[in-house]
Design a protein around this ligand. Structure first.
Ligand SMILES: C[S@@+](CC[C@H](N)C(=O)[O-])C[C@H]1O[C@@H](n2cnc3c(N)ncnc32)[C@H](O)[C@@H]1O
Length: 239
C-alpha cells in the first residue's frame, strides 16, 4: 500500500495521534506517496463524467490537499482554479506543484466564498466531517457557487458484508472511535458515515438538486452495479 518513499510506520502513528490539521501538516511532504491521495484512475473517471457538462469557468477544490484535483479541473476549466484546505503543509505542496492556481487556507466548515464558482469538487475528504457538520459544509459550497453551479464528488459503492474490505473499513472506524474516546485532539476520519442516501438528504436540505452518474471506467461490482458514482449537486438558476 505504501511505497518506500512514503511515510514510515512511526510517522503514520505520530500523524494519527495529532489533530486532522496537524496530522496532514506532518504527512504533507510524503502525502502523494500514500494511498490517501485520490488515485489518478478516480480523477480521470471523474473528468470523463464531468466533460460533457462543461466547459466550466472558475472552479473550487474543497479540501484540495496537495492538489490532486488539478488533474480534473485544469483541462475542464477556462477560469482560475482555487483550492481550499486548512493544512498549511498540504497547501505548500499544492502551491509548489501548481503555482498558477490560487491556494486558500480556510476551514471548509466556514468557506469564505460567495457566488464565485461555476464548479466545485471534493475528493477523498468527506469522512473528515461528522454527519452533524455536513450541513454547514454543504451550505458553504452552495454559497460559493454561482446560480446554476455544480458541486461534484465521487463516491464508492457500499461494500457487501461478505467482502474483506467491508470488515477492514468497519475495523478502521471502530479503532478511530476508540482512539477519539481516549485521546485528544480528536482525529475525525470515518469511512462509514457517508452513505449516499444521507449525502443526498443533506445536499437537498442545503438547496441542491441531486443526481448521480456512474463512473463507468471504475468497473462494476459483482451484482452489476457501478463501483463508483459521481454525485452531481446542482444549485438552482442559470450561470
Ligand atoms: C485525504 S486528504 C484529500 C486531499 C485531496 N483532495 C486528494 O484527494 O488527494 C483530506 C484533506 O482534507 C483536508 N481537511 C480535512 N478537514 C478539513 C477542514 N475542516 N477544513 C479544510 N480542510 C480540511 C485535510 O487537510 C486534507 O488535506
Amino acid at each position: 500500500m505504501f511505497s518506500s518513499q512514503g511515510p514510515s510506520l512511526r510517522e503514520l502513528a505520530i500523524q494519527a495521534l495529532s489533530s486532522v490539521e496537524g496530522g496532514y501538516d506532518l504527512l504533507a511532504p510524503k502525502f502523494d506517496q500514500t494511498p490517501f491521495r485520490t488515485p489518478d484512475r478516480v480523477l480521470d473517471a471523474t473528468a470523463d463524467a464531468l466533460r460533457p457538462l462543461g466547459p466550466f469557468g472558475r472552479a473550487l477544490d474543497v479540501c484540495c490537499g496537495t492538489g490532486a484535483g488539478m488533474r480534473v479541473l485544469d483541462p475542464l476549466c477556462g477560469g482560475k482554479v482555487t483550492g481550499v484546505d486548512f493544512s498549511t503543509g498540504m497547501l505548500a505542496q499544492a502551491r509548489e506543484a501548481h503555482p498558477d492556481a490560487e491556494w486558500v487556507r480556510a476551514d471548509v466548515r466556514a468557506l469564505p466564498f460567495a457566488g464565485d464558482f461555476d464548479l466545485a469538487v471534493s475528493f477523498g475528504a468527506l469522512g473528515h466531517f461528522l454527519p452533524a457538520e455536513r450541513p454547514e459544509l454543504f451550505a458553504g459550497v452552495h454559497r460559493a457557487l454561482r446560480p446554476g453551479g455544480l458541486f461534484a464528488f465521487p463516491v464508492a459503492a457500499p461494500q457487501p458484508i461478505t467482502s474483506g474490505l467491508y470488515w477492514a473499513l468497519l475495523g478502521f472506524d471502530l479503532a478511530m472511535r476508540v482512539r477519539n474516546a481516549v485521546w485528544r485532539p480528536p482525529f475525525v476520519m470515518y469511512y462509514r458515515t457517508c452513505p449516499l442516501s444521507a449525502l443526498r438528504d443533506d445536499l437537498t436540505a442545503a438547496g441542491f438538486t441531486v443526481t448521480t452518474t456512474p463512473l463507468t471506467a471504475l468497473g462494476q461490482c459483482d451484482d452489476g452495479t457501478p463501483r463508483g458514482r459521481l454525485v452531481l449537486a446542482r444549485k438552482a438558476g442559470t450561470s
